[in-house]
Ligand binder design. Structure first.
Ligand code: ATR
Length: 265
Protein backbone atom coordinates (compact mmCIF):
# COMPACT_ATOMS: atom_id res chain seq x y z
CA UNK A 1 0.00 0.00 0.00
CA UNK A 2 1.22 3.53 -0.80
CA UNK A 3 0.88 6.13 1.93
CA UNK A 4 0.50 9.84 1.22
CA UNK A 5 -0.52 12.61 3.56
CA UNK A 6 -0.52 16.17 4.76
CA UNK A 7 1.46 17.92 7.48
CA UNK A 8 0.12 21.15 8.89
CA UNK A 9 -1.00 22.66 12.15
CA UNK A 10 -3.96 22.57 12.30
CA UNK A 11 -5.08 20.02 9.66
CA UNK A 12 -8.41 18.98 11.18
CA UNK A 13 -10.65 20.52 8.53
CA UNK A 14 -8.53 19.66 5.51
CA UNK A 15 -10.42 18.63 2.37
CA UNK A 16 -7.34 16.91 0.92
CA UNK A 17 -7.96 13.39 2.36
CA UNK A 18 -11.37 12.86 0.70
CA UNK A 19 -10.21 14.53 -2.50
CA UNK A 20 -7.09 12.35 -2.88
CA UNK A 21 -8.78 9.15 -1.72
CA UNK A 22 -11.55 9.67 -4.29
CA UNK A 23 -8.74 9.71 -6.86
CA UNK A 24 -7.16 6.47 -5.58
CA UNK A 25 -10.54 4.76 -5.59
CA UNK A 26 -11.37 5.89 -9.12
CA UNK A 27 -8.07 4.50 -10.44
CA UNK A 28 -8.12 1.35 -8.27
CA UNK A 29 -4.88 2.34 -6.50
CA UNK A 30 -3.99 0.68 -3.19
CA UNK A 31 -3.21 3.93 -1.36
CA UNK A 32 -4.26 5.99 1.64
CA UNK A 33 -3.99 9.73 2.48
CA UNK A 34 -3.42 10.57 6.16
CA UNK A 35 -3.12 13.87 8.06
CA UNK A 36 -0.33 14.62 10.56
CA UNK A 37 -0.10 17.56 12.96
CA UNK A 38 3.52 18.02 14.13
CA UNK A 39 4.45 20.74 16.65
CA UNK A 40 4.80 24.14 15.00
CA UNK A 41 8.65 24.08 15.04
CA UNK A 42 9.00 20.49 13.74
CA UNK A 43 8.38 20.80 9.99
CA UNK A 44 11.86 19.70 8.86
CA UNK A 45 11.95 16.89 11.46
CA UNK A 46 8.60 15.65 10.14
CA UNK A 47 10.04 15.35 6.60
CA UNK A 48 13.00 13.31 7.92
CA UNK A 49 10.60 11.12 9.91
CA UNK A 50 8.33 10.57 6.92
CA UNK A 51 11.31 9.44 4.85
CA UNK A 52 12.37 7.03 7.60
CA UNK A 53 8.86 5.61 7.76
CA UNK A 54 8.68 5.06 4.00
CA UNK A 55 5.86 7.52 3.35
CA UNK A 56 5.59 8.07 -0.40
CA UNK A 57 4.45 11.70 -0.58
CA UNK A 58 3.42 14.59 1.64
CA UNK A 59 1.53 17.80 1.14
CA UNK A 60 2.67 20.63 3.37
CA UNK A 61 0.53 23.47 4.65
CA UNK A 62 0.65 26.30 7.18
CA UNK A 63 2.91 26.82 9.14
CA UNK A 64 5.50 24.50 7.51
CA UNK A 65 5.72 25.58 3.86
CA UNK A 66 8.94 27.56 4.34
CA UNK A 67 10.49 25.43 7.11
CA UNK A 68 10.59 22.24 5.06
CA UNK A 69 12.77 23.85 2.35
CA UNK A 70 15.86 22.88 4.36
CA UNK A 71 14.84 19.22 4.47
CA UNK A 72 14.19 18.75 0.73
CA UNK A 73 15.82 19.24 -2.63
CA UNK A 74 13.54 21.99 -3.99
CA UNK A 75 12.48 22.13 -7.66
CA UNK A 76 13.51 25.47 -9.26
CA UNK A 77 10.05 27.10 -9.02
CA UNK A 78 9.60 26.07 -5.36
CA UNK A 79 13.05 27.45 -4.61
CA UNK A 80 12.24 30.81 -6.20
CA UNK A 81 8.89 30.99 -4.40
CA UNK A 82 10.61 30.01 -1.17
CA UNK A 83 7.83 27.62 -0.16
CA UNK A 84 7.07 23.93 -0.65
CA UNK A 85 3.61 22.36 -0.48
CA UNK A 86 4.36 18.93 -1.97
CA UNK A 87 7.19 16.50 -1.19
CA UNK A 88 7.97 13.41 -3.28
CA UNK A 89 9.99 10.73 -1.47
CA UNK A 90 10.69 8.40 -4.39
CA UNK A 91 14.29 9.62 -5.00
CA UNK A 92 17.36 9.47 -2.74
CA UNK A 93 16.61 12.98 -1.39
CA UNK A 94 13.01 14.17 -0.87
CA UNK A 95 12.09 16.59 -3.66
CA UNK A 96 10.00 19.70 -2.86
CA UNK A 97 7.49 21.25 -5.25
CA UNK A 98 5.10 24.18 -5.09
CA UNK A 99 1.88 23.00 -6.71
CA UNK A 100 -0.04 26.11 -5.55
CA UNK A 101 1.68 27.99 -8.39
CA UNK A 102 0.84 25.40 -11.05
CA UNK A 103 -2.60 24.89 -9.48
CA UNK A 104 -3.64 28.46 -10.29
CA UNK A 105 -2.40 28.10 -13.86
CA UNK A 106 -4.19 24.78 -14.38
CA UNK A 107 -7.42 26.16 -12.85
CA UNK A 108 -7.38 28.95 -15.46
CA UNK A 109 -6.47 26.55 -18.26
CA UNK A 110 -9.39 24.28 -17.29
CA UNK A 111 -11.69 27.24 -18.04
CA UNK A 112 -10.03 27.84 -21.43
CA UNK A 113 -8.47 31.10 -20.24
CA UNK A 114 -5.64 32.14 -22.60
CA UNK A 115 -2.38 32.33 -20.67
CA UNK A 116 -1.00 35.40 -22.38
CA UNK A 117 -1.07 39.13 -21.82
CA UNK A 118 -1.26 40.77 -18.41
CA UNK A 119 -2.33 39.38 -15.05
CA UNK A 120 -3.11 41.42 -11.95
CA UNK A 121 -2.40 39.58 -8.69
CA UNK A 122 -3.97 41.17 -5.60
CA UNK A 123 -2.03 40.23 -2.47
CA UNK A 124 1.65 39.68 -1.75
CA UNK A 125 1.52 37.08 1.05
CA UNK A 126 2.21 33.37 0.67
CA UNK A 127 -0.56 32.76 -1.87
CA UNK A 128 0.29 35.92 -3.83
CA UNK A 129 3.95 34.86 -4.09
CA UNK A 130 3.10 31.41 -5.45
CA UNK A 131 0.53 32.71 -7.95
CA UNK A 132 2.73 35.60 -9.16
CA UNK A 133 5.66 33.22 -9.87
CA UNK A 134 3.31 30.66 -11.42
CA UNK A 135 1.71 33.14 -13.83
CA UNK A 136 5.08 34.66 -14.76
CA UNK A 137 6.41 31.16 -15.41
CA UNK A 138 3.41 30.55 -17.70
CA UNK A 139 4.45 33.61 -19.74
CA UNK A 140 2.24 36.37 -18.35
CA UNK A 141 3.26 39.90 -17.48
CA UNK A 142 2.37 40.26 -13.78
CA UNK A 143 1.18 43.36 -11.92
CA UNK A 144 1.09 42.87 -8.15
CA UNK A 145 -1.23 45.10 -6.08
CA UNK A 146 -1.13 44.95 -2.30
CA UNK A 147 -2.50 46.92 0.66
CA UNK A 148 1.09 47.29 1.88
CA UNK A 149 2.66 48.58 -1.33
CA UNK A 150 6.26 47.94 -0.23
CA UNK A 151 5.51 44.20 -0.09
CA UNK A 152 4.18 44.29 -3.64
CA UNK A 153 7.34 46.13 -4.76
CA UNK A 154 9.58 43.61 -2.99
CA UNK A 155 7.83 40.66 -4.63
CA UNK A 156 7.84 42.37 -8.03
CA UNK A 157 11.64 42.71 -7.78
CA UNK A 158 11.90 38.91 -7.61
CA UNK A 159 9.30 37.92 -10.23
CA UNK A 160 10.34 38.28 -13.91
CA UNK A 161 8.46 40.96 -15.90
CA UNK A 162 6.49 42.17 -12.84
CA UNK A 163 5.65 45.50 -11.19
CA UNK A 164 4.38 46.41 -7.72
CA UNK A 165 1.48 48.74 -6.84
CA UNK A 166 -0.89 49.84 -4.11
CA UNK A 167 -4.57 48.87 -4.12
CA UNK A 168 -5.55 52.35 -5.32
CA UNK A 169 -3.95 51.53 -8.70
CA UNK A 170 -6.36 48.64 -9.33
CA UNK A 171 -8.76 50.51 -11.68
CA UNK A 172 -5.85 51.60 -13.91
CA UNK A 173 -4.17 48.20 -13.80
CA UNK A 174 -7.36 46.32 -14.63
CA UNK A 175 -8.39 48.53 -17.56
CA UNK A 176 -6.17 46.60 -19.99
CA UNK A 177 -5.58 43.40 -18.00
CA UNK A 178 -6.58 39.89 -19.12
CA UNK A 179 -6.52 38.00 -15.82
CA UNK A 180 -7.21 38.99 -12.18
CA UNK A 181 -6.39 36.72 -9.24
CA UNK A 182 -7.40 37.57 -5.67
CA UNK A 183 -4.76 36.22 -3.28
CA UNK A 184 -5.84 38.22 -0.22
CA UNK A 185 -8.08 36.85 2.50
CA UNK A 186 -10.66 39.57 1.77
CA UNK A 187 -14.00 37.93 0.98
CA UNK A 188 -13.43 34.99 3.33
CA UNK A 189 -16.54 34.50 5.46
CA UNK A 190 -17.64 38.08 4.75
CA UNK A 191 -19.38 40.07 2.05
CA UNK A 192 -16.32 42.16 1.16
CA UNK A 193 -14.11 42.50 -1.91
CA UNK A 194 -10.58 43.86 -2.44
CA UNK A 195 -11.47 45.14 -5.94
CA UNK A 196 -13.96 47.94 -6.78
CA UNK A 197 -16.82 46.42 -8.82
CA UNK A 198 -16.68 49.17 -11.45
CA UNK A 199 -13.05 48.30 -12.26
CA UNK A 200 -14.13 44.86 -13.55
CA UNK A 201 -15.02 44.25 -17.21
CA UNK A 202 -16.10 41.55 -19.63
CA UNK A 203 -12.63 40.86 -21.10
CA UNK A 204 -11.28 39.66 -17.74
CA UNK A 205 -10.94 36.16 -16.35
CA UNK A 206 -11.22 36.39 -12.55
CA UNK A 207 -9.86 33.68 -10.22
CA UNK A 208 -10.51 34.02 -6.49
CA UNK A 209 -8.21 31.95 -4.26
CA UNK A 210 -10.83 32.27 -1.50
CA UNK A 211 -13.17 29.25 -1.41
CA UNK A 212 -15.23 29.93 1.71
CA UNK A 213 -17.71 31.09 0.55
CA UNK A 214 -17.41 29.54 -2.89
CA UNK A 215 -19.26 32.44 -4.49
CA UNK A 216 -17.42 35.47 -3.14
CA UNK A 217 -18.53 39.07 -3.58
CA UNK A 218 -15.65 39.51 -6.06
CA UNK A 219 -16.86 36.61 -8.21
CA UNK A 220 -20.45 37.90 -8.09
CA UNK A 221 -19.28 41.35 -9.22
CA UNK A 222 -17.10 39.76 -11.92
CA UNK A 223 -20.00 37.69 -13.27
CA UNK A 224 -22.21 40.81 -13.33
CA UNK A 225 -19.51 42.58 -15.37
CA UNK A 226 -19.51 39.73 -17.89
CA UNK A 227 -16.10 38.34 -16.87
CA UNK A 228 -15.14 34.65 -16.91
CA UNK A 229 -15.15 33.47 -13.28
CA UNK A 230 -13.09 30.71 -11.67
CA UNK A 231 -13.78 29.93 -8.01
CA UNK A 232 -11.18 29.02 -5.39
CA UNK A 233 -12.15 25.35 -5.30
CA UNK A 234 -10.59 24.98 -8.78
CA UNK A 235 -7.26 26.19 -7.41
CA UNK A 236 -7.54 23.89 -4.40
CA UNK A 237 -8.43 21.03 -6.74
CA UNK A 238 -5.57 21.57 -9.16
CA UNK A 239 -2.84 21.95 -6.51
CA UNK A 240 -4.03 18.52 -5.36
CA UNK A 241 -4.27 17.12 -8.89
CA UNK A 242 -0.70 18.24 -9.60
CA UNK A 243 0.58 16.56 -6.40
CA UNK A 244 -1.44 13.39 -7.18
CA UNK A 245 0.10 13.15 -10.65
CA UNK A 246 3.66 13.73 -9.40
CA UNK A 247 3.28 10.99 -6.80
CA UNK A 248 1.37 8.33 -8.74
CA UNK A 249 2.63 9.00 -12.28
CA UNK A 250 -1.01 8.65 -13.45
CA UNK A 251 -3.38 11.23 -14.95
CA UNK A 252 -5.60 12.27 -12.05
CA UNK A 253 -9.34 11.56 -12.33
CA UNK A 254 -10.10 15.28 -12.13
CA UNK A 255 -13.90 15.01 -12.34
CA UNK A 256 -14.12 12.52 -9.47
CA UNK A 257 -11.75 14.54 -7.28
CA UNK A 258 -13.66 17.73 -8.12
CA UNK A 259 -17.08 16.32 -7.24
CA UNK A 260 -15.79 14.87 -3.97
CA UNK A 261 -14.29 18.25 -3.05
CA UNK A 262 -17.40 20.25 -3.95
CA UNK A 263 -19.66 17.90 -2.00
CA UNK A 264 -17.80 18.98 1.14
CA UNK A 265 -17.55 22.72 0.55
P1 ATR B 1 -1.64 33.87 2.53
O1 ATR B 1 -0.58 32.89 2.89
O2 ATR B 1 -3.03 33.28 2.47
O3 ATR B 1 -1.33 34.66 1.31
P2 ATR B 1 -0.78 36.07 4.19
O4 ATR B 1 0.63 35.70 3.85
O5 ATR B 1 -1.13 36.40 5.60
O6 ATR B 1 -1.75 34.88 3.78
O7 ATR B 1 -1.22 37.27 3.22
C1 ATR B 1 -2.45 37.87 3.32
C2 ATR B 1 -2.63 38.86 2.16
O8 ATR B 1 -3.94 39.42 2.25
C3 ATR B 1 -1.65 40.01 2.18
O9 ATR B 1 -1.38 40.42 0.86
C4 ATR B 1 -2.45 41.08 2.94
O10 ATR B 1 -2.04 42.44 2.68
P3 ATR B 1 -0.84 43.11 3.55
O11 ATR B 1 0.42 42.58 2.99
O12 ATR B 1 -1.02 44.57 3.35
O13 ATR B 1 -1.08 42.70 4.99
C5 ATR B 1 -3.82 40.85 2.37
N1 ATR B 1 -4.90 41.36 3.23
C6 ATR B 1 -5.35 40.82 4.39
N2 ATR B 1 -6.37 41.53 4.90
C7 ATR B 1 -6.58 42.57 4.02
C8 ATR B 1 -7.52 43.65 3.97
N3 ATR B 1 -8.45 43.81 4.93
N4 ATR B 1 -7.44 44.49 2.92
C9 ATR B 1 -6.53 44.32 1.94
N5 ATR B 1 -5.61 43.30 1.93
C10 ATR B 1 -5.65 42.45 2.95
Amino acid sequence: MDVYGLIGNPVGHSLSPPMHEAGYEALGLDARYVTFEPAADSGADAIDAAKTLGIDGLNVTIPFKQDVLDAVDPAPLAERIGAVNTVDFTGETPTGYNTDAVGAVRALRHHDVALSGTAVVVGAGGAGRAVAFGLADAGLSVRIANRTESKADGLADEVPDASGHGLDSLPDLLADADILVNCTSVGMDEDATPVPADALHGDLAVLDAVYTPIETRLLQDAAAAGATTVDGAWMLLYQGVEAFERWTGEDAPVDRMNSQLRERL
